[in-house]
Design a protein around this ligand. Structure first.
Ligand code: DGL
Length: 268
């Protein structure tokens, strides 16, 4: 038994889509979530800067005694996971666009990937594409502006619909039938995406698969917490505390929210 918390971080609030699945699958685990909203978005930043920001967060999570760290950010995984795995002993779980299930499921032979510039630039993406999606047509689209929309909670804004239409209509024209959400912020826009694509595309959110991977790694390393009590949740942000609280409130039930504590970095 290991009662230490799991650490989860993202450039901002997007990783909460992974947090939610982890809580659902592993209710006995305590989790420390770090939202780097003050430095969000990571997507357009140079790789060295993303590595530096990620490493500072990892140091923070290690001080919180985290037994496993989840990089709930495709962009930070692409830039920093190899470096971090080499330097730190703690086990890491990363996230990358789910090209394999999309390629296996497509009947049109066309899959779409919506992600940040940083994710598409990473060698992980290129390797995964070569390994698992070589036999399909992959249509990629940088989702500029979508991360900011989610950070600000403007899900239903006109801007959100306009951007999504611009990004998704060309994919529909190309007969894309599987849409891979390659950024953890995007699942918060699934209702809006569905309004645009209807049932013409299946939307693939990798969060449940990442939660299963966390579970498998906890099992392999014998790091499970006892299941006798519910986990407690700590949330830290470099951005605006109220925005983080609002988002957590939106995705939790009352019991989970009552076990949640919030801090602004620098004021904890
Ligand atoms: N949630 C991050 C990801 O999965 C957003 C990246 C960004 O901040 O641009 O890629």
């Amino acid at each position: 038994m290991n009662e230490a918390p799991i650490g989860i971080f993202d450039s901002g609030l997007g990783g909460l889509s992974v947090w939610k699945e982890a809580v659902r699958l592993l209710p006995g685990e305590s989790i420390v979530y770090y939202a780097d909203s003050g430095n969000c978005p990571y997507g357009p930043r140079p790789e060295e800067e993303i590595i530096h920001l990620s490493e500072e967060i990892v140091k923070f999570l290690l001080k919180k005694n985290c037994k496993l760290i989840v990089i709930a950010c495709n962009t930070a995984t692409a830039a920093a996971i190899s470096y971090l795995r080499e330097k730190y002993e703690v086990p890491f779980v990363g996230i990358e666009p789910a090209l394999k299930p999309a390629s296996l499921a497509t009947t049109s032979g066309h899959i779409g990937v919506l992600a940040t510039k940083g994710t598409f630039k990473g060698k992980h993406y290129l390797e995964t594409r070569k390994r698992h999606a070589w036999y399909v047509d992959v249509h990629i689209q940088v989702g500029d502006g979508l991360v900011e929309i989610v950070e600000n909670g403007h899900f239903d804004s006109q801007e959100a619909y306009l951007l999504l239409e611009n990004y998704l209509k060309p994919m529909l024209d190309k007969k894309v039938d599987q849409l891979v959400l390659g950024c953890t912020h995007y699942p918060f826009l699934i209702p809006q995406i569905k309004e645009i694509v209807g049932d013409r595309m299946k939307i693939i959110d990798p969060a449940p698969a990442v939660a299963r991977q966390i579970q498998a790694l906890l099992e392999e390393k014998e790091l499970f917490a006892s299941e006798n009590q519910a986990g407690i949740y700590e949330f830290y942000t470099t951005g605006i505390l109220a925005m983080l609280q609002r988002m957590v409130k939106m995705i939790t039930d009352t019991r989970e929210f009552n076990r949640s504590n919030f801090w602004k970095i620098g004021e904890e």
